[in-house]
Design a protein around this ligand. Sequence first.
Ligand SMILES: *[C@@H]1O[C@H](CO)[C@@H](O)[C@H](O)[C@H]1NC(C)=O
Ligand SMILES: *[C@@H]1O[C@H](CO)[C@@H](O)[C@H](O)[C@H]1NC(C)=O
Length: 515
Amino acid sequence: MAFPKSCFFLLLQLSAAAAAAAAAAAVVPSFDFKEATIAGIQSAFDEGRLTSVQLVHDYLEQISSYNPRLRAVVELNPDALSDAARADRRRLSGLAVGPLDGVPILLKDNMCTLGRLNTTAGSLALLGSVVPREAAVAILLRRAGAVILGKASMSEWSAFRSVSLPAGWCARSGQGRNPYSADSTPCGSSSGPAIGVAANMAAAALGTEVDGSILCPAGESSVVGIKPTVGLVSRAGILIVSERLEAVGPIARTVADAVVVLDAIVGSDPLAADRTADEVAAAKFIPAGGYRQFLKADGLRGKRVGILRRPFFVYAKRSVEGAAFDRHFRTIRAKGAILVDNLQIENLEVILNAMKSGESADLLAEFKLSINSYLSKLVSSSVRSLADVIAFNKQHIAEERMEFGQNIFLAAENTSGLREAEKMAMEEMARLSAEGLEKVMVENRLDAVVFPEARASPVLAIGGYPGITVPAGYRSSGEPFGICFGGLKGSEPNLIEIAYAFEQATRVRKRPAIM
Ligand SMILES: *[C@@H]1O[C@H](CO)[C@@H](O)[C@H](O)[C@H]1NC(C)=O
Ligand SMILES: *[C@@H]1O[C@H](CO)[C@@H](O)[C@H](O)[C@H]1NC(C)=O
């Protein structure tokens, strides 16, 4: 994609109002948007040091400098500047609606938006398709005053096309790159949201996760990712893989920023009269007063945190990661938490093997139902079913890089709904969770378990459990790694207290050296 060109095009489209606001912004003292927090952005807005229009300009400039290399952004919202100008006018009139007003945010490309942005899950097959509605999270963000800056790239179809699809690759924007280390994986599937936030292309972003798709890319790009309890955030209007296991959550540079975004997006779909079963179950977890009350610097005090030592924290002697985690465990203890070490999860080998745990069987069938339902509801589209997408790929061998294959598509197409085998798979995952994470947490009276961000996501995935990853260090190649705190459904208050206190005590995140 020719980004400098499209930015230029965007500038030409500036409305007169936005141009006037931009001119006004030029005379206010400069604001360093790099590593700016949402609270810092709000103070600068309030003190007249920054306007939303200026901030959008800063991020657009950053995108035009770094996106040709990093490929974090698929499309820019042509209306971002006029939306920002509206936020600036609200503020001038004393009508700012809250901590996200005027704050630019990227959405993963599987989240529907009305207006001029496409929603394609990274695939050329969906380019130009017209969606019937906005994602619930997009509606909620706009109500909170946020400016939707654009769509972030992703592993195409949330990595559900083929097992050989490179993490962070999609046909729309090519290979997303780790901003810290060009040779390292950005991880997927919410690669673009994590890369974009790490590279200061937006204040925050939204991703989705079934199994690692927020936690892993966030960790690999040294940012914070929250995978909430499944159902806590509505999936309505998102091209999801799985109704049962997929969560929607924020990616940001700090825990506090991620929590501010989480507060704006929790709850049910504003457009639906009825909540889904998962939403009904999760609604009781949403605390009155939101999640910001859990941003406590002493949030580790008295917490019982379990270490799943084997196989997750087994490192070669003198490894940078092993040393970093040992240091972090000492810090966690010094901040008043009780570490319960050497815990084992029953049947862990089965849980970590999607073919054995039932996860694959369930997801293949769910994906076909989910994608067919999504495609059938589009207002217009050249593909209407998974079978159509499979055929589209066969007709676009070069553009869709068919050397990566579509074996997951073919296996999913071969399923016929949630039948006996899938029901057994779901029961198996429920049993593994009850006898696994749930049992360990209850028996040891734990508030959270801790593991490296990239390896334990199936433990959380199969139970619909939440997790938060926080930057934990950098390997000698420069590639970041994260630490993940996970817990049972609805444990976000504890996880936020732990993650925030950990972050305040360690402050590991550094901006990428390339910028
Ligand atoms: C959406 O896709 C169409 C091609 O179908 C393209 O012309 C348009 O520019 C895209 N929208 C944006 C905001 O990039
Ligand atoms: C399709 O399903 C049948 C059984 O339901 C199985 O034997 C066959 O291998 C499957 N084919 C693919 C491509 O997964």
